[in-house]
Write a protein that binds this ligand. Structure first.
Ligand code: ADP
Ligand code: MG
Length: 621
């Protein structure tokens, strides 16, 4: 083809645009709330929402986004505010992407596709593009326009063509102009909106009939509709510009372990999570000033979206959330993803940090009672608003300790700090440990004074509130559940887990006297990708308690170590370390070393070689 794509971006202005983040709360559904507990999230205004604090029922956490769409928001309103404004760019050779993020059941498909009665973003955007093109043709500025579509799915890190289902795992390439393309992907020209309908509906069915368990598959794959607008100058030099619009219904962001997935499906979710995890990193890097390298190439999804996310592209992420308690963990995770991706841009956050000291003071006592410390994420966690009633600090989260652990790990990792700072975790952990000690000794003093019920931090909670978050709504309370009461104060000892981490090198290792291990160690340091087959039996020489201790330490690093710590482990390079971080952020803590095999590329053999090398390495120290 003679014509080349000419980008309309002015050369030299290599400005990277950030991703706008909207959050949409779907209406409360009784059937999702068997215990009749009501909603745990609600609207404050058009940019803010609040969610009950899982740590303490008397508090709520408030978040701010570019836009917050509450449950009453119509499909039309979502389209008008988040999508319509970006459409004109497609006609000028620029790219754009709109994606729906969030857990399964929170409204992604409703937002993107909708129903016949309530059409979503996809039909509205396609109609919008046709209308804009028609208007341009009427104005007749000397350009001819053509519109076409492709429709694909990324499932298990494979690219599948939904317009030609027999095509399997298509490659993603970049041309010399840095346009991303998929050779062999069907591209169907469209002459009208009804033409689009004609091709899109059966293709959507392809998506589901390709699988026996359709719901599971559709919630684990990314469905990507591409609308391409090509405009060509009628007269010489016949310039041609291509604008791409990606409309993406992402895979569910839920933690698949909670839905009881096993075996192959876990592997699938691992792969999906790699894409979702990478997407979060990409959004993070784009939205944080000086966010560093954007890791587009780390997953299929972000590689495909590379020329339509960031750069001169216009991108919107609509994070869908559900209000019921059943979704609490997923909502919390999704909000942190969404909030994180706009933290720097949002100036009002500054105000909230100003009000922090007073809140912190009030919190500190509860925190010490709960045996926890002031984590750095508070600055993004927004103001923590207290109700007037004084209730004992009550754990308000699921009673499952593993979920609690993960909530804490998430708070730390997702909300804590931008990537770079996360690497400073060690120092932070040391500080946490200090504080922990301090709290413990203070708690002892309190106990000695017989002052167990010292919840007298009764100064009015609202006085110090940022005006930004002032609300006259009655406090958000969980309704009395008919189910068993949550156990009180389960979190008391848990925060210790966060603070228990020590850098591997500093861990006191019980040395085994046997000197010859050092030698074995050198032999056992297998380069990544090569397994040591003769692993069997090596453990039998070692004391079981030493082995257990070492395994426990490795597990600690896996669960709380920074990227650097992970790379400090034997046989873990940059890629594996990132995969581990990704798994951990999305799936939560590893319960045992064997969980590592759920990560792509870590076979059982590699695992045993990894365990051996690390245990021996620790003993060699
Ligand atoms: P997801 O695609 O994220 O799994 P769905 O879009 O399938 O979620 O939504 C789950 C259910 O909730 C569907 O029955 C859907 O119609 C309904 N729903 C989602 N969002 C809304 C909304 N904003 N208004 C009304 N119903 C909604
Ligand atoms: Mg869906």
């Amino acid at each position: 083809m003679a014509a080349q794509r000419v980008a309309e971006v002015v050369k030299g202005t290599k400005q990277t645009s950030r991703v706008r983040v909207a959050v949409r709360l779907r209406p409360y559904m009784h059937k999702q709330d068997e215990k009749g507990e009501g909603a745990c999230v609600r609207r404050l205004d058009t940019e803010t929402l609040e969610i009950i604090n899982w740590r303490n029922a008397t508090e709520t956490l408030q978040y701010q986004f570019d836009v917050f769409h509450s449950e009453e928001t119509t499909q039309q309103e979502v389209f008008l505010s988040s999508v319509k404004p970006i459409l004109p760019h497609i006609l000028k050779g620029q790219n754009a992407s709109v994606f729906a993020y969030g857990p399964t059941g929170a409204g992604k498909t409703h937002t993107m596709l909708g129903s016949q009665e309530q059409p979503g973003v996809i039909p509205r955007a396609v109609r919008g593009v046709f209308n804009l093109v028609k208007a341009k043709e009427r104005e007749d500025e000397g350009w001819d326009y053509s519109i076409g579509m492709s429709y694909l799915e990324i499932y298990n890190e494979k690219v599948l063509d939904l317009l030609s289902p027999s095509a399997q795992d298509l490659p993603i390439r970049e041309d010399k102009d840095r346009n991303i393309l998929i050779p062999g992907l069907t591209h169907t020209p469209l002459s009208s909106f009804s033409d689009f309908h004609f091709h899109f509906i059966p293709a959507s069915l392809n998506r589901t009939t390709a699988s026996t368990k359709l719901n599971q598959r559709s919630s684990r794959s990314h469905a990507i509709l591409l609308i391409k607008v090509v405009r060509t100058q009628r007269n010489p030099p016949h310039r041609q510009q291509t604008g791409k619009l990606y409309l993406v219904d992402l895979a569910g962001s839920e933690d698949n372990r909670r839905t009881g997935n096993k075996g192959i499906r876990l592997k699938e979710s691992g792969a999906i999570n790699l894409s979702l995890f990478t997407l979060s990193k990409v959004v993070d890097s784009l939205n944080v000033a000086g966010g560093g390298r954007v890791p587009y190439r780390d997953s299929k999804l972000t590689r495909l979206l590379q020329d339509s996310l960031g750069g001169s592209a216009h991108s919107v992420m609509i994070t869908n959330i559900a209000p019921e308690y059943t979704y609490y963990f997923e909502t919390f995770t999704a909000l942190n993803f969404a909030a994180k991706s706009k933290q720097i841009v949002n100036k009002p956050f500054v105000r909230e940090t100003v009000t922090m000291p007073s809140v912190q003071v009030k919190r500190s006592r509860e925190e010490q009672e709960a045996g926890r410390s002031g984590e750095p994420q508070k600055k993004k966690l927004k103001n923590v608003k207290k109700t007037d009633q004084e209730e004992p600090a009550q754990l308000h989260s699921p009673t499952d300790p593993s979920i609690l652990n993960r909530l804490m790990a998430l708070e730390k990792l997702l909300m804590g700090t931008p990537v770079k700072e996360r690497l400073n975790m060690h120092r932070e952990i040391q500080e946490l440990k200090e504080k922990q000690k301090e709290f413990e000794s203070k708690a002892k003093v309190l106990k000695v004074a017989g002052n167990g019920a010292s919840h007298n931090s009764s100064d009015s909670g609202s006085s110090g509130d940022s005006p930004l978050f002032r609300t006259y709504l009655p406090p958000l309370h969980r309704k009395q559940s008919t189910a068993a009461k949550p156990k009180k104060q389960q979190a008391v000892v848990l925060p210790l887990q966060v603070s228990q981490l020590q850098p591997l090198q500093q861990c006191p290792v019980v040395k085994k006297p046997s000197v010859c291990f050092k030698k074995n160690l050198e032999q056992s340091e297998v380069p990544e990708g090569k397994e040591n087959v003769k692993d069997a039996g090596w453990e039998s020489h070692l004391d079981k308690s030493v082995l257990d201790q070492s395994r426990h330490k490795i597990l600690q690093v896996l669960n709380s170590g920074s990227l650097k710590d992970l790379k400090g482990l034997q046989q873990i390079g940059d890629k594996k370390a990132k995969l581990i971080l990704g798994w951990r952020e999305i799936q939560g803590a590893f319960t045992q070393l064997e969980d590592l095999t759920k990560i792509e590329g870590i076979t059982a053999k590699r695992l045993s070689s990894f365990i051996k090398a690390n245990i021996l390495s620790m003993m060699g120290k």
